[in-house]
Write a protein that binds this ligand. Structure first.
Ligand SMILES: C[S@@+](CC[C@H](N)C(=O)[O-])C[C@H]1O[C@@H](n2cnc3c(N)ncnc32)[C@H](O)[C@@H]1O
Length: 239
C-alpha cells in the first residue's frame, strides 16, 4: 500500500498518548512497514492461511482492521468468494480511509465502524486480531478471546499477531534494542523512536508469549502454534 512518509514524531509533539487519528491514518502503511519487523511477511502468511481456511458460506472477521491490509490479504488469498468478510475498527479516521482505499474491491468487505468488544462473532472460519489485542486493556482480553472461540466454527482458526515482551529483563532489553535497530535502519531517528515509545506507553500493553498461550488455553483453544516471529513481534494460530 502506498502512503505518505511517517514524519509524525520528528518534532517533539505535545505529550499526547498515541491515537489512531487522521494524522496517523494518513501515514499508517509507511509507519507499519518501517516499524513492525516482518509486517509484510505477516500479510503474506494471511494470504496463504486464507487459501486454506476461508470456508464456503462462513464468515471471516478482521478485528481492528485499520486500513484493511489483512482483509485485502484474505481477499487475495481466498479460493472462492462465497464468504462474508466483516472488518471492524473503532477509529473513525481509519475506517473512512479504509472504505475509500478499497472502493470497488470485490468481494467488498463489510467495513464496520464499531468497537470489537461489542460486535457479535458467529459462524466464523477465520478470525484475525492482527496487532490489535495489544490495544485492549489487559483485563478485558480474556472475555474477547472467549467470544472469538465461541464464534468460530468447530474447524475454525484464530490468528493473533502481537508485539510481545520478554523475560528476564536482559532478554527484553536485547529484543527492544533489536527492534529499535530495525527502526533506525528504516530511517527513524533517536528522537522519533523515543517519542513514539513514550506516546505508546499508556495505550499499547505487550505481554509475554507464555501469558498469551495461557490465556488462549483459558479461552478454550486446545492448540496454539507460533507461525511467525521477528524480534518482539509474533503471530500465532489457535484452534
Ligand atoms: C496496529 S492497528 C492494526 C493493524 C491492522 N490489523 C493491519 O493488519 O494492518 C490497531 C487497530 O486496532 C484498532 N482498535 C483498537 N482498539 C479497538 C477497539 N476496541 N475496537 C475496534 N478497533 C480497535 C485501532 O483503531 C487500529 O486501527
Amino acid at each position: 500500500m502506498n502512503s505518505k512518509r511517517d514524519t509524525l514524531f520528528q518534532r517533539p509533539r505535545d505529550h499526547r498518548d498515541f491515537q489512531f487519528d487522521e494524522a496517523v491514518a494518513a501515514v499508517f502503511p509507511d509507519m507499519l512497514r518501517r516499524s513492525v519487523p516482518g509486517y509484510g511477511m505477516m500479510l503474506d502468511g494471511i494470504r496463504l492461511i486464507a487459501r486454506r481456511h476461508v470456508a464456503r458460506g462462513a464468515r471471516v472477521y478482521d478485528l481492528g482492521c485499520s486500513l484493511g491490509a489483512a482483509s485485502r490479504a484474505v481477499i487475495d488469498g481466498a479460493p472462492h468468494a462465497d464468504y462474508r468478510l466483516i472488518a471492524v475498527d473503532n477509529a473513525e479516521a481509519m475506517i473512512r480511509r479504509c472504505r475509500e482505499r478499497h472502493r470497488g474491491l470485490q468481494p467488498q468487505p463489510e467495513w464496520r465502524h464499531a468497537d470489537i468488544r461489542d460486535i457479535e462473532i458467529e459462524d466464523a472460519s477465520l478470525v484475525m486480531l492482527n496487532l490489535t489485542l495489544q490495544f485492549i486493556p489487559p483485563e478485558q482480553r480474556l472475555a474477547l478471546l472467549r467470544r472469538v472461540r465461541a464464534g468460530l466454527r468447530p474447524d475454525g482458526l484464530f490468528l493473533l499477531s502481537e508485539k510481545i515482551r520478554f523475560q528476564p529483563p536482559a532478554v527484553a532489553e536485547e529484543m527492544i534494542e533489536l527492534h529499535h535497530d530495525f527502526k533506525r535502519a528504516n530511517g527513524y531517528s533517536e528522537l522519533e523512536i523515543a517519542a513514539k515509545r513514550e506516546a505508546l506507553d499508556k495505550v499499547l500493553f505487550p505481554e509475554t508469549l507464555e501469558h498469551h498461550r495461557q490465556r488462549l488455553a483459558e479461552a478454550g483453544f486446545g492448540r496454539v502454534q507460533c507461525w511467525f516471529q521477528c524480534f518482539n513481534f509474533v503471530s500465532l494460530l489457535a484452534w
